[in-house]
Design a protein around this ligand. Structure first.
Ligand code: URP
Ligand code: ZN
Ligand code: ZN
Length: 472
């Protein structure tokens, strides 16, 4: 494989920013330093540009069946969109839809083969018995070291607390990590029934029936289970100020807990659900209030929260009207399924491409986080927590050459026209962004060059992950 020399750029890592050249050989970073010489290498001049490690999105749902439809990005379109946004590694979820964990993983592996960036998956642990318990350690041998549990979605995905506790003990003994979706499933069931019985069908009732106290108490409950099991735990898609408080409380007491938030919880509120097109914002847990947005930003700034994923789980706003994707018309039933009943709106939002550009402008440029924090939260920390570091999330000799040449001065009016997410809307429509990926390399191969797509379905590699990853 040919060599690549990126010259005159400014490297940004999770801990520092410095001017250097970067040499790539055989898909790996070979050297970093001033004035590198490599006459055989293709040279790229990155003067005035930043060099970032490719983003690692620890939370996406591709080709996920839900409410009689399916999330509208598959493993090709979702990873292509990720690449356009500067993300070169994604971690998806395996639904536990087959009798054994192994069969569920095998089916997922077939679907995921068309990924255009590197990928792994978490296992949704949505059933539990002695046989399943005995099978969990074999996931580790398959390179899948994480289990997602739910305290909500009664009768579908939820596990009782005792089973979560058992899973935590297995995870502790095998070096695996439990991730928790925290809402109060019992309360949600009652409030949803009440709402429908009293004629409340509008999207805002999605949030009203999933109250914030349920998120806060079940987050603390999950931390308490982790503390008692002496196991690490990662709280996904943090959405509430109280969750930040609970995470801080537990971490201050030495409990091995970490947290992730997502851009939608930093920018949007229940007011968005009250818009005429409010269904676009329906996700679970729901978007909440301005005070929650602010506390989540604080949690990121002070290190209480470790990562920003996306929970990318897109649906069409109007899946009856085709869009053109790669020149072909495509329509997938989406949010219109719930036009008369909020419980039928597929839950989830697009975001895998939006994450880095939106956070650069709203986070780094606005002074809410440093460029180093941006890299830590969106690349290095997820790589570390999920057993991919230093192969991913790093600009170090020996790391995969997943590199983003970032133009900090490029201005775009963002929205669906710039997005490769396979849906008909974008949450950040019309946002003026400054700072955007210019070139994206996956293991040394140029896959995005401005608006040109040079990647291919199937270019992505499955990433077996290491157990025993650190608690940050
Ligand atoms: O609304 C969402 N987030 N859908 C995806 C499933 C989940 O719980 O993360
Ligand atoms: Zn979830
Ligand atoms: Zn999710």
């Amino acid at each position: 494989m040919s060599a690549l020399l990126i010259r005159n750029g400014t490297l940004v890592t999770d801990i520092s920013t410095f001017a250097a050249d970067l040499l790539v050989r055989d898909g790996k970073i070979a050297a970093i330093g001033p004035g590198l010489q490599a006459p055989d290498a293709e040279a790229v001049d990155a003067s005035g540009k930043l060099i970032l490690p490719g983003g690692v999105d620890p939370h996406v749902h591709l080709d996920l069946p839900m409410f009689g439809t399916v999330s509208s990005d598959d493993h090709y379109t979702g990873t292509k969109a990720a690449a356009f946004g500067g993300t070169t590694t994604i971690i998806d979820f395996v639904s536990f839809d087959f009798p054994t964990l192994r069969e569920s993983v095998d089916k997922w592996l077939v679907k995921a083969e068309k990924a255009a960036v590197d990928y792994s998956a978490h296992m949704n642990l949505t059933r539990f018995d002695e046989q399943i318990a005995a099978e969990i350690p074999s996931l580790r041998e398959m390179g899948i070291t994480t289990l997602k549990v739910f305290t909500a979605y009664n009768g579908r995905l939820r596990l009782p607390d005792g089973d979560i506790f058992r899973a935590l003990r297995i995870a502790r003994d095998t070096g695996m990590l439990v991730m928790a979706h925290c809402e109060n499933g019992d309360v949600i069931e009652i409030l949803v029934t009440d709402a429908l019985n009293t004629g409340h069908w509008q999207p805002e009732w999605h949030a009203k029936t999933r109250p914030v106290w349920g998120a806060v108490e079940s987050a603390l409950r999950a931390f308490a289970l982790a503390a008692t099991a002496d196991a690490p735990l990662y709280l996904v898609h943090m959405n509430a100020a109280g969750e930040v408080d609970m995470l801080k409380y537990a971490r201050e007491r030495g409990v091995k807990v970490m947290g992730e938030t997502c851009p939608q919880y930093l920018f949007f509120t229940e007011d968005d659900l009250r818009r005429p097109d409010g269904a676009k914002w329906v996700c679970s847990p729901p978007v909440r209030t301005k005070a929650d947005n602010s506390r989540l930003w604080e949690g990121l700034a002070d290190g209480t929260i470790q990562t920003i994923g996306t929970d990318h789980c897109p649906f069409f706003y109007d899946g009856t009207k085709p869009i053109l994707y790669e020149g072909k018309p495509i329509a997938i039933p989406g949010k219109e399924l719930g036009k008369d009943d909020f419980t039928k709106i597929p839950n989830g939002l697009p975001g895998v491409q939006d994450r880095l550009p939106v956070l650069w402008t709203a986070g780094v440029r606005s002074g809410k986080m440093t460029a180093e924090q941006f890299v830590a939260l969106t690349s290095t920390n997820p790589a570390k927590i999920f057993g991919l570091y230093p192969r991913k999330g790093a600009l170090l000799p020996g790391s995969d050459a997943d590199i983003v040449i970032w133009d900090p001065n490029k201005k775009v009016k963002y929205g669906v026209a710039l997005s490769h997410q396979r849906t008909d809307y974008n949450l950040y429509e019309g946002w003026e962004l400054t700072g955007y990926p210019e070139k994206v390399f996956l293991r040394g191969k140029l896959i995005v060059d401005g608006e040109r797509w040079l990647g291919k379905a199937g270019m992505g590699e499955f990433l077996p992950r290491q157990p025993g990853a650190p608690v940050l």
